[in-house]
Write a protein that binds this ligand. Structure first.
Ligand code: PLP
Length: 376
């Protein structure tokens, strides 16, 4: 199978592109001695966890289910952070995870006895209240009234006994200059406590595998922190692991006209690429440009009954025809982990393109029962 013949819609993840990212991350690990984990909330294609585990130190999770998946399929270190842990899950979380990061001192006090008895590493998420991003507030943990992490004002030095690490996560698709700015704020407020810690976790949002990412600054910064405080440094990127490593292949089902040409695809923004609507953002398309740049402009839209199920306006060199393929790029991340079956839409198949092979293999197919099983 090829991109031109595969069932649509399908997510197709490319081994060669994934390895390219993993090698960059490995280079950062080798240069600095830091440890890097896959943030599974971004990319949970567990069939490739063994490959990722050859490069990275393990996984991080947003709760029990992701933690179990990471432990089962990648192994290595299993970390977990949640805004709040549930009483009825904490025993299993402590069994599965090596590092548990609490979001507040009240959560820490609630679970401290159990956590310390389990012998696992316990950490606290800090909120350095240093926003370095503009535009999408829903992705800014340092935005006003954020529930993510402990602020300086809420910090309680007297409760640190048993805590072996501090964690912050404040970035989203950012370069290393934003990390430097964040670390200045972090050190100013929490630096003194870091001397008594074993580790510090810089969270995710580091766009390390993007072409223009300044990796020298990242490497220098990690080394400085490791030496100054004598701590292990963890990074837990999601996006950087699978950035630009996969596509979503779709087919044109119909073309209608209402003030402009509108192509209805067999993939949906609402169901299969919700970040296009939530973030929002415009995914690149192979052969598609900005409206008007090529002679034929179309609005690309999904087949659901949500009027706003629109991916965006794109222009093409030739007119689109029913049956043509439209291939969306950078669709490995925050796609299959977020998709849904609204309108009874099927989920895209998940496929894998092996390195040095032309053909693509479908790893998982979905159907009616996947829709039905989530309902009653
Ligand atoms: C989302 C998240 C990550 C991964 O972020 P990316 O932007 O995908 O790199 C890591 N850690 C925490 C705590 C997160 O919430």
């Amino acid at each position: 199978m090829t991109l031109q013949t595969i069932h649509t819609p399908s997510y197709v993840v490319d081994e060669e592109l994934l390895i390219k990212n993993l090698e960059i991350l490995k280079h950062v690990m080798d240069e600095t001695g830091c440890r890097i984990l896959l943030a599974q909330k971004c990319f949970s294609m567990f069939s490739v966890y063994p490959l990722i585990g050859n490069y990275l130190n393990g996984t991080t999770a947003s709760g029990l289910f992701e933690a179990k998946l990471g432990k089962e399929h990648m192994g290595g270190e299993t970390h977990v952070y949640a805004a709040a842990f549930r009483e009825d899950e904490i025993d299993e979380i402590l069994e599965v995870c090596d590092h548990i990061v609490f979001n507040s001192f009240s959560q820490w006090e609630r679970f401290k006895e159990k956590a310390l008895k389990s012998g696992k590493e316990c950490g606290l998420r800090i909120n350095p209240q240093c926003s370095t991003q503009e535009g999408h507030e829903i992705y800014d943990p340092c935005a006003p009234f954020s529930r993510m992490g402990i602020t300086k004002e809420q910090f309680r030095e007297e409760l640190l006994e048993g805590i072996s690490g501090l964690h912050f996560h404040t970035l989203c698709e950012q370069n290393s200059d934003a990390l430097v700015t964040t670390l200045e704020a972090f050190e100013e407020q929490f630096g003194p406590y870091l001397y008594q810690m074993k580790w510090v976790n810089f969270g995710g949002g580091h766009h390390i595998t993007r072409d223009d990412y300044d990796r020298d600054t990242l490497i220098k910064t990690i080394k400085q922190i490791r030496e100054k405080y004598e701590v292990e440094v963890y990074l837990e990127p999601g996006e950087a692991v699978a950035l630009n490593a996969g596509t979503l292949v779709s087919t044109v089902l119909d073309i209608v006209h209402n003030g402009m040409d509108i192509a209805i695809l067999d993939t949906s923004a609402a169901c299969h690429m919700p970040d296009v609507l939530e973030m929002p953002y415009r995914p690149p398309i192979i052969g598609g440009k900005l409206p008007g740049e090529n002679p034929y402009t179309y609005r690309l839209a999904g087949p659901t009954c949500l009027s706003g199920d629109v991916i965006g306006d794109y222009s093409f060199e030739k007119p689109l025809q029913v049956g043509d393929r439209v291939i969306f790029c950078d669709m490995a991340i925050y796609s299959m982990v977020k998709n849904n079956t609204f309108n009874g839409m099927n989920l895209p198949h998940i496929a894998w393109k092996e390195k040095n092979k032309d053909s693509i293999t479908i790893i998982k197919e979905f159907g009616y029962m996947d829709f039905k099983n989530r309902l009653s």
